[in-house]
Design a protein around this ligand. Structure first.
Ligand code: NAD
Ligand code: 6OD
Length: 477
């Protein structure tokens, strides 16, 4: 798959390019075109023209039909999408085939259903007051925001891109997407599928390139962009917010996390160990929802740590870090943890496979203990297959520790005490709290974080709310 831009219904590789490396063995895997400013301008112009033309005139029924066609197009080219996602990220094939690509299909189907079934509101009015009061019918219609920039990360490239593109299109916006420079391939395939689905020119545009100093930064500060939906690092969110400030551009932000898991002594321990291993090591910890802080009630602390260390040691078929740079960042935290006084109970280094993967960007699943809560390793997002486990004594302490973070994206509570689950879960300061499970997703539910983990909520009607604005019409009757 050769990455290409898609602007105003045409593919191009205009501009310079930079090399793409396979995270599996570090080999040269291709080249990513960097969209020059003129091409970003053209994409934004095309999106605006699309809104003024056929795409803007499409009814909600027609838009939803396009979304279903896009879902069908991904189904038809399922294996190509899986291959491309595996090639860019090195993730296990099973993950791409059971999570990433099915979720992309699910995202388009879900928003076709949700947008089509969405009611508008009416308020029959009979009030005294200004202008003599009187009877009126108020009704509220939602109109699209306009040209939406979608800027997405490398960790779940297709899933997170379509999670924004689908509701943005469903609500009637035109999109200019800028995927991560590390993972351009499935975005290009998506553009092909959208082209084959016959969306009017300008409705969807794709520009590749870097973030800071590249196409991403230029797009975020563009006067022609009416809203920005961004998923990525908190520091990048801050930079985008500054760029958006000049034009008062609304933003929806899904940012970083340092997610806690709280394991009570009454939990099904085997389930809690297995669930925590999954939540810390799946996709080598490169999911924003992954657990990096684990708090375990003291009576079961030793047994839990031993169980988790065993699972970490036995963890197989894991993918690499996305890049040499990210591998180095994660390894720098493995070193820092030791300097800060951690006990490394599992992992902590680089695995040796005896095959081409030894040239790749792998790190070992790692379990740490013994650090104070003030340690940088416990406070900063690492985004690798690593967690720190600490003991606690009672419910109050567990809630305090879980909430002692600048972030607040997701949390997991393990307990068999139903009352405790309902007491603790709402007190955890995170946008998503799972009880006795992790990453169990229903696309209608609100998704997002508090504090440094984001602004706003996506998912179901929450996404449709962000990607549209209500207009009230008051008719005297
Ligand atoms: P990143 O912030 O480095 O990059 C994300 C995207 O932003 C890329 O497309 C990049 O090119 C672009 N970008 C970078 N700098 C930019 C700038 N100044 N202006 C405009 N665009 C810019 O993030 P990443 O390394 O790709 O992803 C990992 C991070 O994303 C982690 O912090 C992770 O927690 C977070 N994340 C959060 C969620 C969530 O739902 N909360 C989901 C996935 C990832
Ligand atoms: O499941 C989702 O909808 C979602 N947005 C997941 C985000 C994962 C972050 O890496």
């Amino acid at each position: 798959m050769k990455p290409a831009h898609y602007v105003n219904g045409a593919f191009t590789v205009a501009g310079t390019s930079f090399p793409l490396r396979s995270p599996v063995d570090g080999s040269l895997a291709g080249a990513v075109p960097e969209a020059p400013r003129e091409l970003v301008d053209e994409a934004v112009r095309a999106a605006g023209a699309g809104l003024a033309g056929a795409w803007g005139e499409a009814s909600v029924e027609e838009r939803c039909e396009f979304l279903r066609r896009i879902a069908g197009g991904i189904v038809e080219r399922f294996d190509e999408f899986v291959d491309a996602e595996v090639a860019d990220t090195g993730r296990p094939r099973e993950l791409a085939a059971t999570v990433d690509v099915p979720r992309a299909i699910g995202n388009f189907r879900a928003y076709a259903d949700l947008a089509y079934g969405r009611p508008e509101r009416a308020h029959p009015t009979n009030v005294p007051g200004w202008s003599g009061g009187g009877r009126a019918l108020n009704y509220t219609v939602r109109r699209p925001l306009g040209v939406v920039a979608v800027i997405s990360p490398w960790n779940l490239p297709l899933l997170l891109l379509t999670w924004k593109v689908a509701p943005a299109l469903a609500a009637g916006n035109a999109v200019v997407a800028k995927p991560s420079e590390e993972t351009p391939s499935t975005a290009t395939l998506l553009a092909e599928v959208i082209d084959e689905a016959g969306l009017p020119a300008g409705a969807f545009n794709l520009v590749h390139g870097r973030g800071a100093g590249g196409a991403g930064e230029y797009l975020a500060s563009h006067a022609g962009v009416d809203a920005i939906a961004f998923t990525g690092a908190t520091a990048t969110g801050a930079a985008i917010m500054r760029a958006a400030a000049d034009h008062i551009t609304p933003v929806s932000f899904e940012l970083g996390g340092k997610n806690p898991a709280v394991v009570f002594a009454d939990a099904d321990l085997a389930e809690a160990v297995e669930g925590t291993a999954r939540s810390s090591f799946t996709h080598s910890g490169q999911i924003c929802l992954c657990t990096e802080r684990v708090y375990v009630q003291r009576p079961v602390f030793e047994e839990f740590v031993a169980g988790l260390a065993e699972r970490a040691g036995a963890w197989r078929d894991y993918g690499p870090m996305i890049s040499a740079g990210h591998r180095d960042k994660v390894l720098s935290y493995y070193r820092l943890a030791r300097e800060e006084g951690a006990t490394v109970v599992a992992g902590g280094g680089v695995p040796r496979f005896g095959d081409r993967r030894d040239g790749g960007f792998y790190v070992e699943p790692t379990v740490l203990t013994g650090l104070p809560e003030s340690a940088r390793t416990v406070r900063e997002e690492i985004f690798g297959p690593v967690c720190h486990v600490a003991p606690f004594d009672d419910e109050e302490e567990a809630v305090r520790l879980a909430n002692d973070s600048p972030y607040g994206l997701a949390a997991t509570v393990w307990t068999t005490d139903l009352s405790r689950a309902h007491r603790v879960a709402p007190r955890v300061q995170a946008g998503i709290v799972w009880v006795n499970c992790w990453n169990l997703r229903d696309l209608r539910t609100p998704f997002g974080g508090v504090r440094a983990s984001g602004i706003g909520r996506e998912g179901g009607e929450y996404s449709l709310d962000f990607f549209s604005e209500p207009v009230n019409v008051c008719v005297r009757i």
